[in-house]
Design a protein around this ligand. Sequence first.
Ligand code: NAD
Length: 305
Amino acid sequence: MRIVVTGGAGFIGGNLCRELTARPGVDKVIALDDLSTGRGENLEGSGAELIEGSILDQGLLAEVVASADAVVHLAARPSIPRSLAAPAASHHANATGTLLLLEACRRNSVHVVAASSSSVYGAVPDLPKHEDLPTRPLSPYGASKLAAEAYVLAYAASFGLPVLALRFFNVYGPLQSAGHAYSAVIPKFIDAALRGEPLVVHGDGLQTRDFTYVGTVVAMLADAVLRRVTSARPVNLAFGTRVSILELTERLSALLERPVELVHVPPRPGDVRDSQASDARLRRLFPGLEAVPLETGLERTIAWF
Ligand code: NAD
């Protein structure tokens, strides 16, 4: 089996390429990545081949996808703040990029497993978020991921393309970078705590997130590819474990065995207040899936730092 991972040199992509090359039945893994936020080092020792290029390059896409059995589509310009700084760039990479990828896959009916995002729920207050709720993105990033997800599902309806669109919530773990303005909260907090610097909390810290360890995500993605799992509707990828940001700082402080200082700054525009997934649909499609608990995932992430 030959599998293409777009965004394969990124955080989730690097972990996924390792998981896939270790699975029996997988002959070749190709990471297609423009290295805009990803890094070649993330693939070191993974056994995957890196092709440096953009999903916006139609000629390259056609070539790379031609011999593939499946594509895991992770390439995107992630982060809400980044999309507020440059909305059109997010749209090009996330929405247009997905459309061009689907066009390349349509020719050979390649199975597409694509990363959508919990940010599509946006201003919808209901908890837990189940997939039949309306979508009201609060940021250009959320809007671009919703457009991408809609294209993925429309290609299944219009052309019979085998697809699975997964709404990732907050994923964390090894390879997630800490050192830039757009870093996610867990690596940012661990990095600051290890340096003895204060943890910067946006707002009161009582906002909640549903964190999923990257090892759980990539095990599930590999299973989806190998079993060729499809769904006509989007599927949440998280397990309904809601934790506040303040609680997260306490857990990290306990695991790191050191007190942490907090600095509160204004809330970020585009951020949702609460996030928690309903995992009912995910559990139906992946009955054997076991999630790594937050405590264990945080321990493994700290060990990687
Ligand atoms: P990441 O930035 O580490 O990975 C994205 C990868 O895509 C990077 O390696 C980047 O270089 C590459 N890329 C960007 N534009 C490209 C282009 N035009 N052509 C080719 N490659 C391109 O981010 P991640 O956290 O690993 O996210 C992977 C996917 O999961 C993204 O689609 C993201 O929207 C989605 N997602 C992630 C989370 C999370 O918590 N990490 C949450 C929701 C959704």
